[in-house]
Ligand binder design. Structure first.
Ligand code: EPU
Length: 464
C-alpha cells in the first residue's frame, strides 16, 4: 500500500487543468449497455473506479478500450445479465448498470452494493423507480434480480429522506429512454452529472427534457445509437485544489474549472476570504480558467451540505480542513450522509479543534496545524488530510492513499507541479513507489495505466 509523505508549509503556485469528472463518467460508461452502437468518451481520468467499472462492463459483454484519456465502449454480447459481488464490492457505483441493463436486456441481476465507510447507502429509491416503470424486482442471495417486458413510462417521485438520489436518477432516467411512452421523474437530482448524462443520452437519440431541474421528462424511443462525448470537468477535484491553494496562502490558476457547478463552494470560499476570479469574465462558465488566491487570515463560516445546487457533501471534509485554520468558530452540518465525519478524528491528531455532535461539527480555528501520521478512510476524507498536511508545520504521512486514487488522478504529481513537497512512498518499506510496472488487471491491459491505480482497483472500498 502506498502513502503520501508531505512536508507542509509551502505556498502553492502555478497552473493545472481540472480532470474529467469520475462521477459523471461512471453513469456515462454504464449507458453503453443501452446500445450496440459505438461510444467514445473523452476527458476520462485513469482512476481506479473507472477501471473497475470497465472490468464490470467487460463481464457484461461490452468491449472496453482505454487509450490515454479516451474510453471506447462497444457492446458485442448481450447475453450476460449478472453483475457479480466480486466486482460490485470494489465499487458501490456499480449499481449504475442496473437501469441500462434492465431496459435493454429485460433482465438484470446486480449484487447489492451494501454500505460504505460513512453510512448505509440504501438503493430503495432506485428500485422504486424501476418498479414504477414495470420492473419485477426480487432480492435474493444478496442480489437485486430485476426483469421486465418492455418498460412502460410512468410518473415517479424520487425524493428520499435526504433529498433526491443522484445515481438513482441516473438509473431511472437511463432506463426510461427505452421505455414505451412518457416518464416524468419528480424530485429528480439536479446535479451537473445528471445534465451531462442527459446531454449524452440525447446525442444517442433519447428524448429527455428538464435535466438539471427537479422535473425530468423522458419520451421513450425504440433504440439508441452510439456517440462521442467529452466528460464534464470534475467539480469536486476543482474544489479540492481551490481549497488547497487557499490553505497554503497560494495563488494558482485552474483551467477547465466548472464554475457554474460550484457556485455554493465559490460563495463560501469568498465568505472566508479566498479570491476565486474568472480569468476571462466572458468565458463559458461550464469550463473556464479561474485564479484562486488567498493572502489573509481566514474568516469562519457556517456550512450545511445539501443536494445541488447546495454545498456538496463531497467537499465537506476538504472545507473542514480549511475552516480548521480560520480565525473563529465555524459550524459544519452534514445533511446528506450524517455519519460522514471520519476525517474529524484524524484532523484532531494534527491539532484541529473540532467538536462533533451528531451530524454537526463545531470547528474552532487554530493558527497552525501540526504534521502527524494519519490514516485515510474514504476518498474525500483522504483529500482533506492531504490538504491539512500541505498547510501543516512539519511532516504529515497519509496512509492508505489507494482511496485517493479512486477519485484523483496522480494527486501528488498535480500538487508537486504546484510547488508542494509531497512524495508517494510504499507503506511497508517507506521507499519511493515506482511510477509504473507492467502487471495490471488483465481486463485493462494495454490501457497505459499505472500499477498504482490498478492496486487501488483491487483494494478500494466502495464509498463513492
Ligand atoms: N438515498 C436513499 N435511498 C436511495 C438512494 C439514496 O435514501 O435509494 C439517500 C442516501 O443515503 C443519501 C442521499 O439519499 O443520504 C443521497 O444519496 P445519492 O443516491 O444521491 O448518492 P449516490 O448517487 O449513491 C453520488 C456520488 C457520491 C455523492 C452523492 C451525493 C457517484 C458515483 N457517487 O452517490 O460521491 O456523495 O452522489 O452527492 O456519483 C464521492 O465521490 O466521494 C461520493 C461519495
Amino acid at each position: 500500500m502506498d502513502q503520501f509523505r508531505i512536508q507542509g508549509g509551502r505556498r502553492l503556485n502555478g497552473r493545472v487543468t481540472v480532470e474529467g469528472a469520475k462521477n459523471a463518467a461512471l453513469p456515462l460508461m454504464a449507458a453503453s449497455l443501452l446500445t450496440t452502437g459505438r461510444m467514445r468518451l473523452t476527458n476520462v481520468g485513469p482512476l481506479a473506479d473507472i477501471r473497475n467499472l470497465g472490468t464490470l462492463l467487460e463481464r457484461l459483454g461490452v468491449a472496453v478500450h482505454f487509450d490515454d484519456d479516451t474510453i471506447t465502449l462497444n457492446t458485442s454480447d448481450e447475453s450476460c445479465t449478472h453483475a457479480p459481488y466480486e466486482v460490485v464490492k470494489t465499487m458501490r457505483a456499480s449499481i449504475c448498470v442496473l437501469g441500462p441493463m434492465l431496459a435493454r436486456r429485460r433482465r438484470a441481476v446486480v449484487s447489492m452494493p451494501g454500505g460504505c465507510a460513512f453510512g448505509t447507502r440504501p438503493i430503495d429509491l432506485h428500485l422504486k423507480g424501476l418498479a414504477k416503470l414495470g420492473a419485477r424486482i426480487e432480492l435474493d442471495g444478496g442480489n437485486v434480480i430485476a426483469s421486465c417486458d418492455r418498460l412502460k413510462g410512468a410518473t415517479i417521485f424520487l425524493g428520499g429522506p435526504n433529498g433526491s438520489t443522484v445515481l438513482g436518477t441516473a438509473n431511472v432516467m437511463s432506463a426510461a429512454t427505452l421505455a414505451e411512452g412518457r416518464t416524468v421523474i419528480e424530485a429528480a437530482a439536479c446535479e451537473p452529472e445528471i445534465v451531462d448524462l442527459a446531454n449524452m443520452l440525447n446525442r444517442m437519440g433519447a428524448r429527455i427534457r428538464g435535466a438539471g431541474t427537479p422535473r425530468i421528462v423522458i419520451d421513450g424511443v425504440e433504440a439508441l445509437g452510439g456517440c462521442e462525448h467529452r466528460v464534464m470537468p470534475d467539480r469536486i477535484v476543482a474544489g479540492t485544489y481551490a481549497i488547497a491553494a487557499a490553505m497554503t496562502n497560494g495563488d494558482i490558476v485552474l483551467d477547465d474549472f466548472p464554475y457554474d457547478s460550484l457556485l455554493a463552494a465559490v460563495d463560501h470560499l469568498a465568505e472566508v476570504g479566498v479570491h476565486v476570479q474568472k480569468v476571462d469574465p466572458n468565458a463559458d462558465e461550464s469550463r473556464c480558467s479561474v485564479r484562486v488566491s488567498c493572502n489573509r487570515v481566514l474568516r469562519p463560516s457556517i456550512i450545511t451540505t445539501q443536494p445541488h445546487p447546495g454545498f456538496p457533501t463531497d467537499l465537506q471534509a476538504q472545507f473542514m480542513a480549511l475552516l480548521a485554520l480560520a480565525d473563529g468558530n465555524s459550524i459544519v452540518t452534514e445533511k446528506i450522509y450524517t455519519e460522514r465525519f471520519l476525517h474529524v478524528a484524524e484532523l484532531s491528531r494534527m491539532g484541529a479543534q473540532i467538536y462533533r455532535q451528531g451530524s454537526t461539527a463545531v470547528i474552532s480555528g487554530v493558527r497552525q496545524l501540526r504534521g502527524a501520521p494519519v490514516m485515510a478512510s474514504d476518498l474525500r476524507a483522504s483529500a482533506c488530510l492531504v490538504l491539512a498536511g500541505l498547510a501543516a508545520e512539519g511532516e504529515t504521512v497519509v496512509s492508505r492513499v489507494y482511496h485517493l486514487d479512486r477519485g484523483y488522478s496522480s494527486m501528488e504529481r498535480v500538487l508537486k507541479a504546484l510547488g508542494a513537497s509531497i512524495e508517494r512512498v510504499r507503506e511497508s518499506k517507506a521507499e519511493p513507489a515506482e511510477d509504473a510496472v507492467p502487471a495490471i488487471l488483465p481486463s485493462i491491459r494495454g490501457a497505459g495505466l499505472t500499477a498504482r491505480a490498478a492496486q487501488g482497483a483491487v483494494t478500494s472500498t466502495p464509498d463513492a
